[in-house]
Design a protein around this ligand. Structure first.
Ligand code: MG
Length: 168
């Protein structure tokens, strides 16, 4: 069970994502979480760096999709601004919304990465689907009170993964 929470890869920020490395790993599609991954929690403002990153991925021919548990309107706003498809109200870590994203992008699990800030939704869901899971620390400290509680457990889990050498 604990192993399913372990990301395959960790990046300090989504801006560190490397086209070439992903290509080498056979990745053709990338699923992005929204809150605290692409934008700060509950904000719709995209930084110019993130816009540039997403544009770069699109230019290189990667298929992209936003997968978020948030309500449709917010997800739609950001997705439209970036001109990429989305799945909202996703109930991650359930498999169904991930399958939907794969269907939209037309990619198989083995050629799809998922990037997100939460082990218990993004990474667990991605691992259950056998995707290439990439964990990035949350963009801001602001989030649901319930998420904050989960974060404490998350920190312990990360610590343990590091100790065991699963993560750097
Ligand atoms: Mg998130």
């Amino acid at each position: 069970m604990l192993k399913k929470l372990c990301p395959k890869y960790q990046a300090q920020s989504i801006l560190e994502l490397d086209f070439e490395e992903l290509e080498k790993a056979g990745i053709k599609g990338i699923i992005f979480d929204l809150d605290n991954t692409l934008v700060e929690w509950k904000k719709d403002t995209l930084s110019s760096e993130v816009i540039e990153l997403i544009t770069g991925f699109k230019d290189k021919g990667f298929k992209l999709c936003i997968l978020s548990n948030a309500l449709e309107r917010r997800v739609e706003n950001v997705a439209q601004a970036l001109n990429i498809p989305y799945v909202s109200r996703a109930v991650k870590p359930r498999k169904t919304p991930f399958r939907k994203a794969l269907e939209i992008m037309g990619t198989n699990p083995e050629e799809t990465a998922v990037v997100g800030d939460q082990l218990f939704t993004d990474i667990l869901g991605g691992n259950r689907m056998e995707l290439y899971t990439i964990w990035t620390p949350p963009l801001s400290d602001t989030e649901f009170v319930s998420t904050k509680a989960v974060r404490q457990i998350e920190r312990l889990v990360i610590k343990r993964f590091r100790k065991k050498g699963f993560l750097k």
